[in-house]
Write a protein that binds this ligand. Structure first.
Ligand code: AMP
Ligand code: GLY
Length: 422
């Protein structure tokens, strides 16, 4: 089989490495991939949002199955376009990807179908938003409606901060068109859990839970990033909470999307907060999370391609989704200065014996050498019987990797470790 994977980050590398365990796959193409992914797949210089070119390539190469991993091409209808040519795909169509593409859509969906989430108001007029903030409870949360590279959310601890965030989004257009409408949301507190799930629109099978570390600095300080590391499973996510989420959130979401005529097929990601009033949805993503995928897929025991095709063919209920009873930890190595500004082009040196543990993101190949080429450069994952051991193994590997200006958090998994020891 010939497989095409749209995207070029650590998540896509984790998907590709997992797919390679399936011996029926002859060739994997990554569009565009990156210098590190090129060690495991054929990288083609076509951007993830160049939908016409992706379709042209897929038809020409007689691709048997396509996986669209990032949010932007999903929201833009990449799956719809590929399916029109008869190529089966993993990923939601645009009508369903809107669950991530528009916060206003997802908030209204949850309200309509009684799915627990933070209280909210929607604004498309800046003066009304600012007036509302004069008396809104503080802290509060400001969210741009559309996609914003994971940066469209501001947790405002003061009224001034909240107003500044509204002005940045609606007046200064910090997130372009994505900020024309905003959601102002109730501030929730509690441990956060990421749950990725397979759903074919008929049933939903959650994957093992995980915990992201979004802030750039140790002890959750500094700016929000795309994610500086992950662990799995998440110790806060007990069997009882999982059952409650299944009944009150996961199944109702799948049913709601069906009722709206927007059947979701693919990986549906639930960003949850475990509040004192029960689990609530912080966000939906229409795709595998990054770096969550870099801990979840290494724990997957079942064959990934079989599962993905079961989603496409709507036979997921008959297909087993099995995970190893182990722990995983992923530490992201980034370029110093990320997520603001950073230099790139530095050589990455890695001993051969740990290449299997690595998922490359911001890396480019030049004259046989791998150079840094982005904010998040690579993820280092370890799987072990205990979380403590997985963390230790990942940091041992991190210490064997070098590139100029390398930066990573030193405390990935520590909060989870404390929670699991209580
Ligand atoms: P997002 O970009 O939607 O993943 O949001 C980024 C982060 O903002 C989340 O991981 C939470 O830590 C925080 N956040 C989002 N919504 C809320 C909320 N209603 N209350 C408290 N924190 C929130
Ligand atoms: N790690 C969070 C996300 O993928 O959106």
């Amino acid at each position: 089989m010939k497989i095409l994977v749209v995207g070029g980050g650590g998540r896509e590398h984790a998907i590709i490495k997992k797919l390679k365990e399936n011996k029926n796959i002859q060739e994997i193409y990554a569009l565009p991939g990156n210098g590190g992914i090129a060690l495991d797949a054929v990288c083609i210089p076509i951007g993830a949002c160049e939908i016409d070119k992706i379709v042209e390539f897929a038809v020409k190469e007689k691709i048997d199955y396509a996986i669209v991993a990032p949010d932007d091409p999903l929201v833009l209808g990449c799956v719809d376009a590929l399916e029109t040519t008869g190529i089966p795909c993993f990923g939601p169509r645009a009508a369903a990807a809107v669950i991530e593409g528009s916060k206003v859509f997802s908030k209204n969906l949850m309200k309509k179908y009684n799915i627990p989430t933070a209280e909210y108001e929607v604004f498309d007029n800046i003066n009304e938003a600012l007036k509302y903030l004069d008396s809104a409870p503080i802290p509060t949360v400001i969210k741009a409606d559309g996609l914003a590279l994971g940066k469209g959310v501001t947790v405002a601890l003061t009224r001034d901060e909240a107003k500044k965030a509204v002005k940045e989004a609606m007046q200064e257009k910090k997130f372009g068109e994505s900020g024309n409408r905003i959601v102002i949301e109730e501030y929730l507190e509690g441990p956060e859990v990421s749950v990725l799930s397979f759903t074919d629109g008929k049933c939903i099978k959650p994957m093992v839970s995980s915990m992201d570390h979004k802030r750039s600095g140790d002890n959750d300080t500094g700016l929000n990033t795309g994610g500086m590391g992950t662990i799995s499973p998440n110790p806060y996510y007990t069997a009882d909470i999982a059952k409650e989420c299944m009944e009150k959130i996961f199944i109702p979401t799948v049913n709601a999307m069906n009722k709206e005529g927007r059947t979701f097929k693919g990986c549906l990601y639930f960003g949850l907060m475990l509040t004192k009033d029960g689990p609530k949805v912080i966000e939906y993503n229409c795709r595998f999370g990054d770096p969550e995928t870099q801990v979840v897929l290494p724990l997957l025991e079942s064959d990934l391609l079989t599962l993905m095709m079961a989603v496409t063919n709507q036979t997921l209920s008959e297909t087993e989704v099995k995970f190893k009873n182990e722990n995983a930890c992923c530490v992201i190595m980034a370029s110093k200065g990320y997520p603001v500004s950073y230099k790139k082009g530095f050589e990455i040196t890695v001993p051969d014996d740990i290449m299997d543990s690595l998922f490359f993101a911001g890396a480019v190949e030049k004259n046989g050498r791998l150079l840094t080429n982005g904010g998040r450069v690579l993820g280092v994952t370890s799987v072990a019987k205990t979380l403590k051991c997985a963390i230790q193994k990942s940091y041992e590997k991190v210490n064997k990797i070098s590139f100029e200006n390398a930066y990573f958090r030193n405390d990935i998994g520590q909060k989870a470790l404390k929670a699991s020891e209580v």
